[in-house]
Structure formats: C-alpha cells, structure tokens
Design a protein around this ligand. Sequence first.
Ligand SMILES: C[S@@+](CC[C@H](N)C(=O)[O-])C[C@H]1O[C@@H](n2cnc3c(N)ncnc32)[C@H](O)[C@@H]1O
Ligand code: SF4
Ligand code: SF4
Length: 353
Amino acid sequence: MINNILTGLSVLLKNSTVLNRPLHLQVEPSTLCNLQCKFCISVLKLSGKKLTMDKFKYFITSAKPQRCTFSGRGEPMLNPELPQMIQYCKSKNISTTITTNFTIKQMVKDLVQSGIETIRISIDAAKRETYLKIRGKDRFGTILEGIETVNRLRKGKKARPFLVFEYVMLDDNFGEISELLDLAHKLQINCINFRPLQVYDGISNKVGNLIGNIVGSSDTIDRLTEFLNKAKMKGVSTNLKEVILDWHNYVKRQSSSVKKSGGNKMCILPWLQCFVSAEGEITPCCSIFDNEGESFGNVFEKDFFQIWNGEKFKEIRETFKNKQIIYKSCESCPSKGMGFIFKKALAYKFFKK
Ligand SMILES: C[S@@+](CC[C@H](N)C(=O)[O-])C[C@H]1O[C@@H](n2cnc3c(N)ncnc32)[C@H](O)[C@@H]1O
Ligand code: SF4
Ligand code: SF4
C-alpha cells in the first residue's frame, strides 16, 4: 500500500530519484529458444543462458516487486527451474504472468500447479500451416494439447490460470483472425491481445514482406471492425478497440520521417518497473536492453537500489520529464503513454477480479 502511494507520487512529480520500489519486474528466465519466428530479433542473438533459482531469489528479495512477468529474449519454459521461481513468488505474495511460446508440453502441468496466474501464449496463427510459416517449427498441435491440459486442470474459464492469446498482426495471419476468434472461443481463452509488429533495426529490411499489405491497405480498419464485432458476438475479450483507435498512428510510425521527429516522449515505465536479463543486467524495459545492448547495471555486481536510483535511471527519468528521448527504441515504441498505462492498470485490476 505504502509503495503504491510512493509510486503514484513519483509518477506525478516525476522525480529522478524515487522512494518507491518497482511495482513490476520483467524477468528473463532463459536466453534459449526452440523456435525461429520470422519477426523476432531476439532469436538472432541468444546466448543460451539460464537464470538460476538462487540468483532469482536474490534479486526478488532485494527488489520486492508486486508483480513479476516471465518473458524476455528467449523461451522462459526452457528453464527447468521456472515452476520453482513461480512458487517462490507465490510464497511472497507476488503475482505472476508468463509470455511463452507454450511448446514445452512436459512442463505444462507443473506450470499450472506452480500457481501461475496468467499464461500469455504467443500463437500468431489459427492454422497449423500459418503457424509453421511464421514461427518456423511445426508446433501448433502441441500448443492446442497444452491448452487442453490447462483446461482439464483449472476449474472453468473463470479459474486461474487465465489464458491469453498473443497475436502479432502480419500479412500472413491477418486473414485468419476470424478463425482465431472461433478457436479462442472453443478453447476457453480469456482474452486475445493483438500486437502491431514492432519494427527494430534487425528486421527493418523485412517490414514490407511482414506487414506491407495490412499497413498499405485502405480497408484494414474496416476489417478490424468486422473482427471486433464478431469477437463481441462470440463473447471473446480482445484489445481490438484500442488497436483500431491507434491504427492511423501505427501506420504513421512506420514512416521514418515520423520516427525521427516524433517518438514516445512521456513513458512512465522507468518509475514503475524494470527488466532483469538472465545475466542480471537491468534496464527499464526489454527493448532498451535487447535493441541497444544497454545496461543500467548488473544486479549481481551492485545493490539493486543503487541501480534503480543510479545515474542511468535518473537520466532517463529526467529526459522523459523534459519530453525528450535518449534511446532509439523509444522513437518507435508503440506503447506507454500516460493514458495507455492507466488504461492497462485499470484493465489489469478488472482482470484480477
Ligand atoms: C520475445 S517473446 C519471448 C517469450 C516467448 N519466447 C514467446 O514467444 O512468447 C515475447 C513476445 O514478443 C513478441 N514479439 C517478438 N518480436 C516482436 C516484434 N518484432 N513485434 C511485436 N511483438 C514481438 C512475441 O510474439 C512474444 O509474444
Ligand atoms: S518470439 Fe519467442 S519463440 Fe519466437 S523466436 Fe522469439 S523468443 Fe523464440
Ligand atoms: S518508450 Fe518504450 S522503449 Fe522507451 S523506455 Fe518506454 S517502454 Fe522502453
């Protein structure tokens, strides 16, 4: 409670040194991956590391977040200690979410029994062939089996863990969103999160092939509206309304001239959260670490709070306060305006009921 008040004050006053602890940690359990998604830059630079349970406990005990998301550059379920990490969070009253490709079927039961609250499954397709084309390996059937296992273990759609589909919108899969809604309904998925492709240097030469049609076409918004109407009719919860409202801005952000002059100049994440890599490197978000190779300090070499209130955190807070940008990643970052964060926070609260 006190930490929530301190966080609220920090965000309002935009102090560069803060008294609050981060509310949220995004933790990277592994930098190994078993897929080859065509839009993912992480896969190009995976170092094959796994975070150990001891190291995880060490920084969780120092940072004491309220929420922990397991994600990052690789596949979290490739770390065999993941269920123990989740159990540890549960024992400390820290709520947990994972973003996963959900293809490690031998861990599904342990994952559910660990007490994970939300599983975000990166599916990106409604058909096996499309999945193979986008994610590089034939694992669509394995994911569906895993979801059936979760549904056998949880007591109905309202029981934990909640299941979320993550869907990066591409030319290859846009046409099957209608089928995805049917699939989500059949599999008792709690929500679908449609993600616009984030364009990083590592994939900028492929953008035309990945999203050229949906970005260039004049009827994309009409089609999204049809999908939204179908989702409502089927009772499938989605973020399509927000996607439609932001679509024009998204299309604009794909133009390099807009990137240079615009960008996200008021991100509040550096006051709220941090990303911890499998090696212990800390940044406000995964993008700054992943795209720019930047680190604000290593939690195994330096006290967590010295990093959280260290020079680099102070600098990024100060520049956002002055509506400026230091990192290239912030120029094309699709998220994290003030309103966006509050909407997310409200949606999260609603979701938790
Ligand atoms: C980097 S992955 C790591 C977790 C796990 N391996 C997975 O695929 O879910 C985290 C999320 O980022 C998404 N992602 C990766 N590259 C992206 C990009 N260029 N634009 C938008 N989302 C992307 C993935 O689809 C996934 O939902
Ligand atoms: S999106 Fe996830 S599963 Fe796909 S290559 Fe990247 S890290 Fe691996
Ligand atoms: S604007 Fe985006 S890239 Fe920059 S700090 Fe915020 S979340 Fe990270």
